[in-house]
Design a protein around this ligand. Structure first.
Ligand SMILES: [Zn+2]
Length: 281
């Protein structure tokens, strides 16, 4: 057991903790292609990255209106909170209204509707949301480093990412088919750190599905996205990675710091699990 390692939350469905499914692929779709019920919560960090300041993935506060109240959750018209899924934990934070504040300890998503769990029900419909930035930024560093590792391993070894789970301290990625040697691990670590040190800009943009299909080969599970979806949200990290994704990403790989691989473990079926942490540059 590695120090700091936490097993994935057992309350999560296995597919959320371990692999991408159609549900997890939903945020990869360009917003205009989403069926109406899936567009209920506008996710503000999903905007294309066009050099705007502040960048959508770095926004920490937002105003929103409560559309619906559950027993212990609210649905907002728009949000900056990341809902758990795709191997990334949810954002935490608070919702404020004049004279009150509710903590948000859990954020989930069902068919495009983001549910913000609250420890008390807001007394007004107009609220101001604040994301726990320390937690989110660690997840952004981990998630962006995972793109770099997944992209490089696919390019060098032809091994696809079969699953991943990031945390703020330690993360893991499952590669298949793979049987890495100690030298392979050294090379993967060195190549990741080469990209981190180079300070590569992370691009976020929408692209036609046909174009994406020609570029990604089988790096991602493109076939799981319904054929009706014609535009995809793409993350590109220089020549290290190009992949449809709906997550939160750093602006530049320099912010990753240094990738330090802790161990490799065989998970059978030609699957190797790499566990790593991030250190200061
Ligand atoms: Zn991503």
């Amino acid at each position: 057991m590695i120090q700091g390692w936490r097993e994935p939350d057992k309350t999560l469905p296995a597919h959320v903790a371990d692999t991408f499914t159609t549900q997890d692929l939903e945020p990869f779709m360009a917003r205009r292609d989403l069926p109406a019920p899936m567009a209920s919560t506008r996710v503000l960090y999903m905007e294309e990255r066009t050099g705007q300041e502040p960048d959508p993935c770095y926004l920490q506060e937002f105003d929103a209106t409560i559309l619906e109240r559950g027993a212990d959750f609210v649905i907002l018209d728009q949000t900056l909170f990341y809902a758990e899924g795709g191997g990334q934990p949810d954002d935490h934070g608070v919702l404020r209204w004049p004279g009150g504040e509710a903590k948000v300890p859990r954020v989930t998503k069902e068919k495009g509707v983001v549910k913000h769990q609250v420890d008390r029900m807001p007394e007004a419909d107009a609220i101001h949301g604040i994301v726990d930035w320390g937690r989110r930024y660690k997840h952004m560093r981990m998630h962006t480093s995972q793109h770099v590792m997944s992209g490089l391993v696919y390019r060098i070894y032809g091994a696809r990412t079969a699953g991943n789970q990031i945390h703020s301290d330690v993360s893991r990625v499952d590669f298949q088919p793979a049987n890495f040697t100690a030298d392979d691990l050294k090379r993967i670590e060195a190549e990741c750190n080469r990209v981190a040190e180079a300070g590569v800009d992370v691009r976020i943009f929408e692209e036609d599905r046909a174009v994406v299909h020609n570029k990604v080969e089988d790096r991602s599970l493109l076939d799981l996205i319904p054929q009706s979806i014609k535009r995809l949200r793409i993350i590109q990290v220089g020549d290290a990675d190009y992949c449809p994704c709906g997550g939160t990403h750093l602006k530049n790989t320099r912010e990753i710091g240094r990738v330090h691989i802790l161990e490799k473990r065989s998970k059978g079926k030609e699957t190797d699990r790499i566990t790593y942490e991030l250190l200061p540059p």
